[in-house]
Design a protein around this ligand. Sequence first.
Ligand code: BES
Ligand code: MN
Ligand code: MN
Length: 462
Amino acid sequence: MPTTSSRDVLDRVDREQTNYLEELKDYLRIPSVSTDPAYRDDVLRCASFLEEKMRAAGLQTEQISDGKGYPLVYGEWLGAPGKPTVLFYGHYDVQPVDPIELWRNDPFEPTVEGDLLVARGATDDKGQSFAHLKAVASILAERGSLPVNVKFIVEGEEESGGEAIERFVRKDAGKKLAADCVVVSDSAMYGPGQPSLLYGLKGMAYVELKVTGPNRDLHSGSFGGAVTNPLNALGRIVDRLRDADTGRISIPGFYDDVRPLEDWERKEFASLPFDAEAYKAEIGVPEVFGEEGYTTLERVWARPTCDLNGIFGGYMGEGAKTILPSWAGAKVSMRLVPDQDPDRITELFTAYVEEIKPPGVTVEVKTHHGAKPVLVETDGPLVAAACAAMADVWKPPVRVREGGSIPIVGTFSEVLEVPILLLGFGLSDDRLHSPNEKFNISNFYGGIRAMVRMLDRMAEAG
Ligand code: BES
Ligand code: MN
Ligand code: MN
């Protein structure tokens, strides 16, 4: 059992927590939408804001950039020789806010509603990763030193491809970022009061499909029936991506590299409390649906998917306009599991679409960012220390997988070869990427406390 109580620092966190919340609100006021070039200055301002917060906490900081994309904000405190080094990862960029009219308030004017802090980025990922920084800041303010060494690497492109950090981690090859473990808080707990330790994240192949027919929109009477309508053709193609009865993806070879669920995983997932009625009610659907032969948790965590994210073309304004559109498009995401490879899956997708496209149109497949699926180790003294720290605040975490992707985690696991602790402080109803995203304020404070305990416990474990 560890002897350090962390009482000194935890008392300070109690006293300071409303100040920490105000600082988080300032961070959330910066609209750091990385995918939209219109926000470029705000994203850069956000990087500087974060760097300043790190510096004020007592870290040595710098912004790392190779001139392309958005800077990485780096901070370190390495004054505990012989002790483990913890690398904290997070992202300071956020998703776009549309549809803006569904927000109760300005997404960049954080609003407190009881225990909820509502703002874009509140949970994904400003609030969660700010908890890391406030834990470190509290220890340094109270004691003047940390029990372990820490490094922070916070990127500004996670929501739009994460290319800058990918280049840096590969080039650095574990020198500047050398650490004994990585801590990532960019996910949810299993339920209120029940933390989770993730051991798997999905990967991603994201493609945009364009179907082109006539050289202009045509009168749908004068030409109707004479040519292939690209929008009809697209509908036919997307309908053939997946079997509507079995939920299986129809792309030949798609499942070839899928690692089957192991017996212990199926047992562990089945032993978790899962209230199907509450699940359906929370998202407002009458039924769940997915691949035949798997439970909802298995489908979401460990089976690959292929989904339309958007489909467009033709006349989309008010009223009726009679045309055969010249082209039609769709955005398709394929969430991948080990050992599927995003490039290979994109090739299979492209070949299949070429094969099934109706005559009279051409198809073009454009690739967006990808991510490798990853499974991480959950053994070792540092992992145990982190789990015990989560239990100090809540309960011992349950071991689960996730349907979301954090692209750099696969690269960390390849390059750094150390345990990666995926410890989220969010909840499954945080509405990330949706209107009225929120973070429970009690989870923000709990996250800070858990990270204080984790660092104290890791100093004794390692
Ligand atoms: N924080 C999420 C990923 C996540 C969501 C993990 C829910 C666990 C639970 C992250 O910011 C994210 O949105 N990732 C993108 C990556 C994509 C753009 C490659 C995703 O999963 O869509
Ligand atoms: Mn995130
Ligand atoms: Mn996100």
